[in-house]
Design a protein around this ligand. Structure first.
Ligand SMILES: [Zn+2]
Ligand SMILES: [Zn+2]
Length: 159
């Protein structure tokens, strides 16, 4: 009797152990796959460099959890979305200080009220004949004072 119980006991224990180990392995495998998928998605939102993508996934596959720390250390700091946001902010900042345009001829940054490009001397805008504000070349009506622009371009008001 005693022997029987002991056998049953050890059998149950063995079964539980097996289930426990199987569960543990399944859990770790799921975590491992989850981490690999997460890194794959994360790295692809940061770079399109295939070498970097392979390297990052490789680290996690081989090193598992420590690989995540290595990955967090070597990954590009910003995602494409963050870079895009930065670009928008930079553009807004440039517009605020008046440098929002590029010369159509040479590509230098120019202030939006300049009438000439100082780098290549291309005519960019014209001055209103009445108030002197800079207008786009095709405009024949000043949006600031409403003055009709008779001539296509007037260099200076003669004083
Ligand atoms: Zn220019
Ligand atoms: Zn005007």
């Amino acid at each position: 009797m005693n022997n029987g119980f002991a056998f049953l006991d050890s059998f149950t224990m063995k079964n539980l152990m097996t289930y426990g180990v199987a569960f543990g392995i399944a859990f770790i495998a799921a975590l491992w796959i989850g981490l690999i998928l997460w890194v794959l998605r994360d790295i692809r939102s940061r770079t399109r460099d295939p070498f970097m993508i392979i390297l990052s996934v490789f680290f996690v596959i081989v090193l598992f959890l420590p690989g995540i720390f290595v990955y967090l250390f070597i990954r590009p700091r910003k995602t494409f979305e963050q870079k895009y946001q930065d670009a928008i902010e930079e553009e807004a900042l440039l517009r605020e200080i008046g440098i929002s345009e590029k010369c159509p001829s040479c590509g230098h940054s120019i202030k939006n009220d300049w009438i000439l490009c100082p780098y290549c001397h291309t005519k960019i805008k014209k001055k209103c004949v009445n108030c002197g504000k800079s207008l786009e070349l095709p405009w024949n009506l000043c949006p600031y004072c409403g003055e009709q622009q008779q001539k296509p371009f007037i260099d200076e008001k003669s004083s």
